[in-house]
Ligand binder design. Structure first.
Ligand code: 1GP
Length: 231
């Protein structure tokens, strides 16, 4: 079985965006550790199934990051469930999860489900707007969230989400110091190998999203962190 803790690099595909067979092949054969499917807007059952079936031809782990209950379906290796720590709306803390468990709790294989302590930090991102995230946080704020996740909730993962913009390295560094057990995931604005290397100094796993659609060559170069990293 796949060991998520070993993942250093993941490509995140947005089911609402088009990707050619050639680009998808390059991503899946790139030596990345996994493919994640997830997005905020226009994620539908149809586009998730379609993308899942295309990625499934490749022998690498496939994750669905759940953004709405209508698109949850069998066929993935893992289901990542964001719990948005700084959302002002309880839907994104445990409201959606509660609804899901009421409906599907009896048929879930919990070995495949991973709860992510999610911290949304780019105020202009769709996810920040949707979840009404309080993003004007300082270092002490994010350290407290990290401690909460690591020491109290004891979640397997914490995801620093700057979706669409490159984040503050000092924030990521501060979180990384607090996490002794929880795996640190960083995503947001990685558009070069240098960005990937910088964030990988502190994050266990980096997520590369948007650049796939604007510059596939740059996206593919970020996988090089795997050879150079000593984490
Ligand atoms: C988005 O964290 C991921 O959920 C990746 O961010 O799309 O900005 O690379 P980008």
């Amino acid at each position: 079985m796949y060991d998520i803790k070993e993942w250093q690099h993941v490509f995140k595909l947005d089911p609402a965006k088009e990707i050619s067979d050639e680009d998808l092949d390059a991503l899946c054969m790139s030596n990345t550790d996994a493919i994640m499917i997830g997005g905020t807007d226009n994620v539908t059952e149809d586009n998730v199934i379609h993308l899942m079936s295309r990625v499934r031809r490749y022998p690498l782990p496939l994750v669905l990051e759940i953004s709405n209950l209508d698109t949850v379906m069998p066929g993935f290796d893992f289901y990542f469930v964001p719990k948005v720590l700084n959302s002002k709306d309880t839907t994104y803390h445990n409201g959606m999860l509660h609804k899901a468990l009421k409906q599907f709790g009896h048929m879930i294989n919990f070995e495949e489900v991973v709860l992510e302590g999610y911290l949304v930090l780019n105020p202009d991102s769709k996810v920040a707007q949707l979840t009404q995230a309080k993003t004007n946080l300082d270092i002490e704020d994010v350290e407290a969230y990290a401690q909460m996740v690591n020491e109290m909730y004891k979640l397997p993962m914490m995801y620093i989400e700057y979706s669409g913009s490159y984040g503050d390295v000092e924030m990521v560094k501060a979180v990384s110091k607090m996490l002794t057990n929880t795996q640190l995931i960083y995503g947001g604005g990685i558009s070069s190998l240098e960005h990937a290397q910088e964030m990988k100094q502190f994050a266990d796993t980096i997520i590369v999203g948007n650049i796939i659609y604007s510059d596939i060559k740059k996206a593919l170069k970020t996988v090089k962190i795997k050879k150079e990293s000593n984490k």
